[in-house]
Design a protein around this ligand. Structure first.
Ligand code: FAD
Length: 461
């Protein structure tokens, strides 16, 4: 889907010079020594060559970049943390609006509100809010952008206690396709806020996100590792413990390998509360018996949020597929364990995340994010480094994903990957919500200028 442009007027070198002179963060074209580094994304599989990367540090920069792109007929990609596995944050021959320079976080501890620039990453957000003993649900890898993650939903360690990231989004500033700037809140343009709570980057460039914060005074969590041979029992235990877990406890379970290549299964619990209650909440996991390692205990929230970063560094090639699950019947457990055991690369993993709690208590129609009643989220993540190994790894991920179809219901839009098409975007929202999003898209971006995203096609007039 390409956007219509007002007029196409290829830029001369003097046009680039004028743009660069007006954007203090700089404009990086292929002539620039920084270009090769600047065009990379988290997923090393994505190898695109934009015409330029515009490093925005203000709302004016963003408006100017949008205007420049439209005047000269460039497709626009918006980049925040650059972690989107499908590589939406870049575009061949187009203009990347890079928001990483817009990463200021202002906290109002009295009102328990934070305002953060659209290019902030979770590490910056968590550190700034924890200075006041506050936090909101964010991603579990701290280099991920608050922008893409929140606008698509936002699963994280605090979600069962405090809802998804998007549930805590209470306002935003957005630059629209015509360069105008609007704000939204629960009382101002509420339908736009509804759309930003799960509808992705479809409506404009979000230059500021405003969040509700919660007191978070330390966590009880970490990693509890068992040999892969205990995989089936581990998933059965996970199912039993999560069935009656308190809202303070969010847990995901991962089938992965140690750095030495030994296959293991890891419980990753996070209890938002005091240590004694946390210990009681995770006792069911420990009942599985002697672990390889038990690294679960009291820890600061910021430490928990950065605990997994080392294993998710940018660079490797990644192919990612996922489903929401209705439950975890024994047959699904068998598929997950057999699938994980057949992974061709020790860098790959299979994950299950437990939803419910505060996530499920938000009304279905309150946010664009859907599938509130899914119990679990499943993801198969193929990771490799040698491009020659792409086919075997992609085939493995596809095979495990297809085998999980009988237990699936819809998909999380932020876990869509390379090759997921419009049918999967529709599956993320369901027909009614997709239609409501399409009407909103017609209102805010009728020409689909912002289409390098999990695209909502504007409804016909
Ligand atoms: C290592 C890793 C860990 C992850 N962990 C989690 C997790 O714990 N929980 C979870 O829910 N998801 C997680 N994800 C998925 C993540 O939510 C998506 O990949 C998301 O798109 C990343 O956001 P980003 O800003 O880093 O991405 P980018 O690639 O920069 O942006 C992706 C797209 O989002 C849109 N966008 C981003 N910011 C803006 C903005 N300010 N204004 C308008 N549009 C914008 C644009 O369309 C953009 O192309 C993870 C992904 C990775 C790779």
């Amino acid at each position: 889907m390409t956007a219509s442009v007002q007029s196409v007027d290829l830029p001369r070198s003097s046009d680039w010079t004028v743009l660069a002179a007006n954007v203090p963060g700089g404009v990086i074209t292929s002539q620039d020594a920084r270009y090769e580094e600047a065009r990379k994304l988290w997923n090393g599989m994505i190898d695109r060559h934009p015409a330029a990367i515009v490093r925005c540090t203000s709302v004016d920069d963003v408006a100017m970049a949008i205007g420049f792109a439209r005047q000269h007929g460039f497709e626009i990609a918006v980049r925040a943390g650059g972690h989107n596995a499908a590589g939406l944050a870049t575009v061949d021959d187009g203009l990347v609006i890079d928001l990483r320079g817009m990463n200021q976080v202002a906290v109002d501890p009295e009102r328990r509100i934070a305002r953060a620039g659209g290019g902030t990453i979770w590490k910056e957000f968590d550190v700034a809010t924890q200075e006041h003993g506050l936090a909101t649900t964010g991603g579990v890898i701290s280099m991920t952008g608050i922008g893409g993650l929140t606008l698509g939903g936002g699963l994280g360690h605090l979600m069962r206690a405090h809802g998804l990231s998007c549930d805590n989004l209470i306002g935003a500033q957005v630059v629209l396709a015509d360069g105008s700037v609007v704000t939204t809140s629960e009382t101002e343009r509420p339908e736009l806020l509804w759309g930003l709570r799960g509808g992705g980057g479809n409506f404009g460039v979000v230059t500021e996100l405003q969040y509700r914060l919660h007191p978070v005074d330390g966590m009880y969590g970490g990693l509890l590792l068992y040999p892969r041979a205990r995989g089936v029992e581990a998933l059965q235990t996970y199912r039993a413990v999560t069935a009656s877990a308190p809202d303070e406890l969010s847990t995901f379970i991962a089938f992965l390998s140690t750095p030495e290549g030994a296959p293991i299964v890891a419980f990753i619990p996070a209890y938002a509360g005091d240590a004694a209650a946390g210990e009681a909440a995770v006792a069911g996991y420990r009942a599985l018996g002697e672990p390889i390692a038990d690294m679960v205990g009291p820890m600061p929230y910021v430490a928990l949020q950065q605990m997994l970063d080392e294993g998710f560094q940018p660079g490797p090639h990644v192919y990612w597929r996922s489903h929401f699950l209705t439950g975890l019947p024994d047959a699904a457990i068998d598929v997950i364990v057999a699938g994980a055991n057949a992974a061709p690369s020790p860098l790959s993993s299979v994950l299950v995340e437990h939803l419910g709690g505060a996530v499920a208590r938000v009304g279905k129609d309150e946010t664009a994010f859907d599938h509130r009643d899914a119990e679990y989220n499943f993801a198969v993540i193929a990771v490799w480094t040698d491009p020659a190994e792409a086919d075997v790894n992609i085939a493995w991920a596809r095979g495990v994903w297809e085998a999980m179809h009988p237990y699936a219901r819809g998909v999380y839009v932020n876990y869509l990957g390379v090759g997921d098409g419009v049918d999967r975007v529709r599956a993320a929202y369901g027909p009614e919500k997709y239609a409501r999003l399409a009407a909103l898209k017609r209102e805010y971006d009728p020409e689909n200028v912002f289409h390098r995203n999990q695209n909502i096609v504007p409804a016909k007039a």
